[in-house]
Design a protein around this ligand. Sequence first.
Ligand code: AMP
Length: 607
Amino acid sequence: MPSFSELSLSKPVLSALNRIGYEQPSPIQAASIPHLLDGKDLLGTAQTGTGKTAAFALPILSKINIKDAQPQALVLTPTRELAIQVAEAFKTYAGDLKGFHVLPIYGGQDIGGQLQKLRRGVHVIVGTPGRVMDHLRRKSLKLDALKTVVLDEGDEMLRMGFIDDVTWILEHTPAARQVALFSATMPRPIRKIADTYLNNPAEIKIEGKATTVASIEQVYWSVSGVNKLDALTRILEVEDFDGVILFVRTKTLTVEVADKLEARGYSAAAINGDMSQQLRERTIKQLKDGQIDILVATDVAARGIDVARISHVVNYDIPYDTEAYVHRIGRTGRAGRSGKAILFVAPRERRLLRAIEKATRQAITAMELPSKEQVNQKRSEQFKASITETLQTQKLEFFHNIVEEYLTESSASAEDLAAALAYMAQKSKPLIVSEGRSRPAETRSKSQHDSADGRREAKHKKDTREPRKAKKIIDETGAEVEMEAFRLAVGYQHGVNPGDIVGAIANEAGVDSAYIGRIELFDDYCIVDLPTGMPKETFQHLKKVRVRQVPLAIEKTSDKTKSKKRKGDSERTAPKPKPKAKAKAKAKKKAPRDKKKPSATKNATKS
Ligand code: AMP
């Protein structure tokens, strides 16, 4: 596998990749980038999760002429969500390309704003076919300078009935443009488009070789409702593991996840391609010797690791292809032992899961997250085992004396005393999962989904700017899920409805929609309840996600309350502002909002 720096990508693109922490190109990237940089047409069989977005975005960005603010690349996607996601990816990879503009255009979005931005000049357009056609007909979108067209998820476009639109658009592009067509499958109409519009294309198929990995038990967890780290720690609590390799996609994540696991009491270490060979070897030796139990690794760093005590492989981030999967899970089940592979699959990575199953010719079974009761049970068992071990291995005469003295001096029974000692011994790591901790989501059921929808409120609320408390929800196991209220910077005046918000959060944060609680829409913002403990990276990502072109700019309402308190109330103990002070504060808050109101609509359509 070549490195990114061997792929002739431009300097700003390489520096962005380094900053993001991508360690090496995924197979589809390694195969596609040279052809696309060369100006060749390309036909790629690949699905979401393989890294196909970067496979076309990186070469496009490497060739962009930043001084020419005309559309030089057009990416067609079947859905609005994908258009937004791809445009966001372009922005991320163009982080070091000053003056770069990408514009997502899709139906249902205010056309005025799109026209304005098109007039101002953009380098890359990412759009759904209908709206792109619309702009071409209005002549608000001109493709004279177009160099590359990408058809993303071709089979989905076919399924959604966009094929005629796609061919119409292709007919309206300059003859000399380059075309890249990506599709998870190649049904005949997609083949036909390739035959008609692609010029001697390079064909790339990302399909793993069929391999069987019989001695390894394989399960997957559908990422939903609870953050991956909480899910992971819950799994680790009940799994009987010896050594674990946990795979993530970026160098940055290896360190982040290892640190978080350490903070939660596991002995974990990161291993990635930035580390010297010597340090990597030392870390692997620590795993071998039992000084650490969990190694958080990228594919590159974990290559060739052969440690017999690895009982579990956790695919925290799904691998790009079947081969990588087989390679990863082959780190366990070594030296004649059995092993277990756990795979985290986000909703939109389902296809990759199916592809892995197909290629390995093995079904991967869905697992449920351990329940609180299972965790409590496991903790009790471990506690009992440590009592047995202490009885067998420690000299206890001195403690026998204390116990006997205590029993003669007090009226307590031996059981009372033992229970009190047990309580004291577990205080730093309680045996019972505390109430009020966020409850992980198990697989969702249809009925639960419906009841969750029923919880949502979509009434047009009067804007009081008063933070409200989040409402707990009950999941299908009957357990309470702690929720937190968040404020999003989109509201009625941006034309959003609760469905848009649910869609954006479910897709972008991987939160099962059943775990998205109450949504209250106001004029220019909304409040939504989400399970507590959202990971920082998801939170940061959601800040930038756009709904109707407006960044969500998510913030915790509790943060707002805190800052309000800090400013307004000098006494930490003051529970509520006095009615008068409250009214004053409200009036103060209201004034600038009213002033801002007319321009808020304008802001919503500005990039
Ligand atoms: P895609 O298949 O384009 O939807 O990409 C799936 C995920 O893989 C995205 O979250 C990307 O950020 C991530 N990704 C893409 N390429 C790489 C890479 N070379 N190294 C690490 N992560 C990547």
